[in-house]
Design a protein around this ligand. Structure first.
Ligand code: NAD
Length: 321
């Protein structure tokens, strides 16, 4: 049994990680300030003897020191997501995503945790046009958010080199699935579109809908986190891995898939029209991961393609709406 600290554990990805590792019999501590996460996401674990909630902020170093006590593995998810949020308020994004990250890294080093595994981001590929994205070829960041996520990788690498802390960065590509928040100005595209379609409102596509993404179902992300904990391959350490499916889907095709899946529950959804608006600042046109490195070094084998993940996600949104 491991002791695992999941920062941002009340958020979308973090709460799924809490659930998975609790079900595996590990001890899980969740550190979250509920900036974008919800008590509801973790309320069912509160009476589990293996679960501890620390309500606190990673911008407070003392809090981080308390959270890492007796911890084997850190799965660092806490951050302010969203490119537009970071464009509107770059200072807060930097405080949480960079200073908060450094606090967690330093606290983990002092506590001698076995390994620090963190949520990196496909936004680090920036303006690089090469496809598929391979870990070693990145471009220039296109948003404050992308800068923060790249700085995370630089700090993690330096902590590996200077202090010998084991780190693994998982560059997540457009993750979706149960418990992803459909509300608010910074909702991700899949839950936002699902919510709109379920209430017969037209989803607004930024641009002509031909931008594409490597949409990644949450269970593939969980698998990568588990592999990052379990691996004993030295090549896995102090590096980053694309965390994706290795397939891309345009927004137009995504909407077709969503409408088809939702129509099984309510056939009127098939007739909801789509609206197109202008492109959004900071968005990259195409994103497609090579997952060869994760396959070769970690033994990653994604179990969900987009359409399979969509079926499960929509069942969840339908039941929980
Ligand atoms: P989320 O907003 O649902 O979860 C983030 C969690 O961090 C929330 O529970 C929030 O309350 C918590 N948090 C924020 N600021 C905090 C602070 N100062 N102190 C403590 N907790 C704080 O987002 P998510 O989609 O689950 O993202 C998790 C991680 O994955 C983030 O680091 C994000 O940048 C990264 N990521 C996500 C995606 C994606 O597609 N969802 C893609 C790339 C990277």
């Amino acid at each position: 049994m491991y002791s695992i600290l999941i920062t941002g554990g009340a958020g979308f990805i973090g709460s799924n990680l809490c659930e998975f590792f609790l079900n595996k019999g590990h001890r899980v501590t969740c550190l979250d300030n509920f900036a974008t996460g919800f008590k509801d996401n973790i309320s069912s674990y509160l009476d589990n003897a293996n679960f501890t909630l620390i309500e606190g902020d990673i911008r407070n170093f003392e809090t981080c020191l308390v959270a890492v006590k007796n911890v084997d593995f850190v799965l660092h998810q806490a951050a302010l997501g969203s490119v537009p949020r970071s464009i509107k308020d770059p200072i807060t994004s930097n405080e949480v995503n960079v200073s908060g990250f450094l606090n967690m890294l330093e606290a983990s080093r002092l506590a001698k945790v076995k390994r620090f595994i963190y949520a990196a981001s496909s936004s680090t590929y920036g303006d690089s046009e090469s496809l598929p994205k391979v870990e070693e070829v990145i471009g220039n960041p296109l948003s404050p958010y992308a800068v923060t996520k790249y700085v995370n990788e630089l700090y993690a690498s330096v902590y590996g080199k200077i202090y010998g802390l084991e780190t693994i960065g998982l560059r997540y590509f457009n993750v979706f699935g149960r418990r992803q928040d459909p509300n608010g100005a910074y909702a991700a595209v899949i839950p936002l579109f699902v919510k709109k379609l379920m209430s017969y409102e037209s989803p607004i596509v930024n641009g002509d809908g031909n931008f594409s993404r490597d949409f990644t179902y949450i269970d593939n992300v969980i698998q990568m986190n588990e592999l990052a904990i379990e691996t004993s391959n030295p090549l896995a350490l102090n590096t980053v891995f694309n965390t994706a499916v290795g397939d891309r889907t345009t927004l137009n095709d995504l909407l077709t898939i969503l409408k088809r899946a939702l129509s099984k529950y309510d056939e009127k959804i098939a007739d909801v029209p789509i609206i197109h608006g202008p492109n959004r600042a900071g968005d990259i046109p195409h994103s497609l991961a090579s997952i060869d490195k994760a396959k070769a070094i970690l033994g990653y084998n994604p179990q969900y393609k987009l359409s399979e993940g969509i079926e499960e996600a929509i069942e969840w949104y339908w039941k929980n709406s």
